[in-house]
Design a protein around this ligand. Structure first.
Ligand SMILES: O=C[C@H](O)[C@H](O)COP(=O)(O)O
Ligand SMILES: C=C(OP(=O)(O)O)C(=O)O
Length: 358
């Protein structure tokens, strides 16, 4: 075996998905509630529920206490706006980096480069469980193809990021995920990769993975009919404007796909300036009020407090409730703009279904 694994420094044992299921089991009531919230998400994506899917939460979760604190506030708010929006908390544990940086709580829960993945995966599952037990559905980006085995059961929505939408591995994975999957347009702004991804994930696939007992296995999927497009803007410009949404809708329709679009208010749509997220949201709400039926929801990067912080060498200096990845809007702003957006939607509905453009 002299020529094997020459660049592998060490191989360590990791708990199997089944072991974590036993350690952090989902009770029947929670499981029923997840079944229900998944169905609601699917109904919105497929146009059977007219409400907007609001995927709202931190860019990444790094502090379970702050995450739960945030989740409780979001749950309360979600009840006040449920007539117009169905809220799913953004619970992102895996961060795809442009070059390098902290890769999220699952890979590096101690945020010190020690990569205690066993601890991270257990922490993510237990935190997700606490959040869903509040009755708040959660959505994650799926990056590593094995990780869904540990947490898929708890999610109500998921996304494939701009950097991985073109990857066959991720398209195959999406074809077998239990939830609706949003594919982001590429970082360059290209939509075709995401549209191809939706078509690809619709098909059944076969691939190699790891089963609940940790054994290599062949997975054969049914295909996923709840995939959709996420407009996140591109290197050159945002793509949330009316003409962009219309072009995206026409492209989906031309391909015979459900015209289901989620607009990401952050990333290149906000030109990475968190303060601009509210103008993206305002534009989306206007478009919906003017009758654009393809917009099925939006994503908002929001945290307890606004902005972001670098991970300090001494973690005792971490500020509570502030993002360690992309800058987010704070809770007060989140609450204000979501409540206002709902008021606008209600008003438009009262005035006759939808407001007509000038
Ligand atoms: O959403 C988070 C980031 O935009 C994404 O992970 C890329 O981050 P980076 O460009 O800072 O690496
Ligand atoms: C990484 C993300 O987005 P994107 O893939 O659009 O860059 C994200 O939403 O956290």
């Amino acid at each position: 075996m002299a020529n094997v694994d020459i660049r592998i420094r060490k191989v360590e044992a990791l708990a199997t998905p089944d072991e974590l299921y036993t350690q952090f089991p989902v009770d029947e009531a929670t499981s029923d509630s997840i079944h229900q919230t998944r169905q609601t998400v699917n109904d919105i994506i497929q146009g059977r529920d007219r409400r907007l899917l609001a995927i709202v939460g931190p860019c990444s979760l790094h502090d379970p206490v702050a995450a739960l604190d945030y989740a409780k506030k979001l749950k309360t708010l979600s009840r006040d706006i449920e007539d117009e929006m169905f809220v799913v908390m953004r619970t992102y544990f895996e961060k795809p980096r442009t070059v390098g940086g902290w890769k999220g709580l699952i890979l590096d829960p101690k945020m010190d480069g020690s990569y205690d993945i066993g601890g991270g995966i257990a922490l993510a599952r237990s935190l997700l469980l606490e959040i869903v037990k509040l009755g708040l559905p959660v959505g994650c980006e799926v990056l590593d193809p094995i990780i869904p085995q540990y947490i898929d059961e708890l999610m109500s929505w998921s996304s494939i990021g701009a950097r991985t939408t073109e990857s066959q591995i991720h398209r195959n994975l999406a074809s077998g995920l239990s939830v609706a999957v949003g594919f982001k347009n590429s970082t360059s702004g290209d939509l075709v990769t995401a549209v191809n991804a939706i078509k690809s994930a619709y098909q059944p696939a076969s691939f190699i993975g790891m089963d609940g007992k940790g054994a290599s296995a062949i997975f054969r999927t049914t295909g996923n009919d709840c995939c959709h497009l996420i407009l996140r803007g591109g290197d050159q410009s945002p793509n949330y404007y009316e003409d962009d949404v219309e072009s995206a809708r026409l492209l989906l329709e031309k391909e015979g796909l459900e015209p289901a679009i989620i607009v990401d208010c952050s990333h290149s749509n906000s030109r990475k300036n968190y303060e601009r997220q509210k103008r993206v949201l305002r534009s989306i709400i206007d478009q919906v009020c003017w009758g654009e039926k393809a917009i099925r929801g939006f994503m908002l990067e929001s945290n307890l407090l606004p902005g972001c912080q670098k991970i300090p060498d001494d973690l005792a200096n971490l500020k509570y409730g502030v993002s360690v990845t992309d800058a987010c809007i704070g809770w007060d702003e989140t609450q204000r703009i979501l409540v206002h957006a709902c008021e606008l939607l209600r008003k438009a509905r009262l005035e006759g279904g939808s407001v007509q453009p000038l």
